[in-house]
Ligand binder design. Structure first.
Ligand SMILES: NC(=O)c1ccc[n+]([C@@H]2O[C@H](COP(=O)([O-])OP(=O)(O)OC[C@H]3O[C@@H](n4cnc5c(N)ncnc54)[C@H](OP(=O)(O)O)[C@@H]3O)[C@@H](O)[C@H]2O)c1
Length: 347
């Protein structure tokens, strides 16, 4: 039986949200272990993403990953409004939004969250993330070579000033939880040392070709849920986010052979692996059949232990979303953003 309230009606072929695995966060709250991504990679119109959110809710999704920078929170808010008016209970869905890089200033954090709430037509967010640990703004759609002349490296004192405002959002009841995104182990250690309210989630790139085993284990050891973005390898990401070295996990022979065994698309195998490994993927799609297959995939036919081990072995340490636009001086490479030698890259 599908959990339903009021006149709200799930689709005939919907997946029962009660069957979708849940993650219990440090707070005790439950978060659905799969969510719908809403970043249209610059080419999917905002209305199409908003329409997908409504369809996703009708077929059983209860977790939505939003962000102010995706530019579509107002349209997604329309979809939430329609769903709530039809009787979907706000408490049944998990909504994440994110603070963009040009809003790290102490006077901007609360206003930015309030704007996302107004756009999304919500009284509170379940989770609010600092989208990137760098305040370096760059114009939408800009080339990876674009640099902000005022760009700065990661400065922990500054990040903590932003984080204090994130904590205030919890105190004020505007958000239930706060978290991070695109962090590294050394940055996270400092935050855990200094935070009054600790992050419950770190959102990070995670797929079979970029498993981040050390960071993933660190997060698990610290009770922080790893939410995985680009979980099927972001096949439609913008041209500026592609380099010749990039590899596609959905083309891997191991993934494809498991997909053949199960009669599903390789994307579904990536999602099954993610949920079984213990992370929470947030695949993007505007295609109803894909959305349904993805949700069905995480509720049926678990991968065998041998398949899980085989996927562990195909990790290529292949980061797709490199973040070049956040670099703060000339002659740097994207690796400088990711503290590759275990220490925060010096200014
Ligand atoms: N925190 C951050 O900095 C950050 C960065 C990047 C992304 N994100 C979040 O993570 C979400 C997902 O990442 P992403 O959009 O980069 O990549 P993704 O989810 O790995 O890939 C999305 C693409 O995969 C296709 N797809 C999904 N399921 C499929 C299926 N069953 N069969 C065939 N194709 C399928 C979709 O096409 P169709 O529409 O045709 O199904 C879409 O083009 C974003 O939307 C955003 O919410 C966060």
């Amino acid at each position: 039986m599908l959990a339903q309230t009021g006149p709200w009606k799930a689709a005939e072929d919907a997946i029962d949200p009660a069957l979708v695995p849940q993650r219990r966060l440090q707070s005790g709250a439950l978060m659905p272990a799969v969510g719908l991504g809403t970043y249209g990679s610059d080419h999917v119109p905002h209305d199409a993403v908003a329409a997908a959110v409504k369809v996703a809710a009708e077929i059983g999704y209860r977790h939505f990953d939003c962000a102010s920078v995706y530019g579509n929170e107002n349209q997604i808010g329309n979809s939430f409004d329609v769903l709530f008016q039809a009787g979907l209970d706000r408490k049944e869905i998990w909504v994440t939004s994110k603070l963009w890089n040009d809003k790290h200033g102490e006077d901007d954090v609360i206003a930015s969250c309030e704007k996302s709430l107004a756009d999304l037509r919500l009284q509170y967010l379940d989770l609010y993330l600092v989208h990137w640990p760098f305040p370096n703004h760059h114009p939408p759609h800009c080339d990876v070579s674009a640099r902000n002349l005022d760009a700065v490296p990661y400065l922990h004192e500054n990040y903590m000033r932003t984080w204090r405002k994130m904590e205030e959002l919890v105190d004020r009841g505007l958000v239930r939880h706060i978290g991070t995104s695109n962090m590294t182990i050394p940055k996270m250690k400092l935050l855990l040392r200094d935070a009054r309210i600790k992050p419950v989630v770190n959102q990070m790139e995670l797929h079979p070709y970029f498993q981040q085993p050390e960071f993933f284990a660190f997060l698990q050891a610290n009770g922080i849920e790893a939410v995985g973005y680009s979980p099927v390898g972001s096949p439609a990401r913008p041209e500026r986010d592609r380099t010749p070295e990039d590899l596609a996990p959905i083309e891997d022979p191991v993934i494809r052979s498991i997909a053949r065994r199960l009669g599903v698309h390789p994307a579904v195998v990536c999602l099954k692996w993610a949920v079984q490994r213990g992370q929470s993927p947030i695949p993007f799609s505007t295609n109803r059949e894909h959305m349904l297959a993805n949700l069905r995939g995480v509720t049926t036919d678990p991968l065998t232990a041998e398949e899980m081990m085989a996927i562990e072995k195909i990790d290529r340490n292949c980061r797709l979303i490199k973040g070049q636009v956040f670099l703060w001086k000339e002659n740097q490479s994207w690796e400088d953003l990711w503290d590759m030698n275990g220490e925060i890259t010096p200014p």
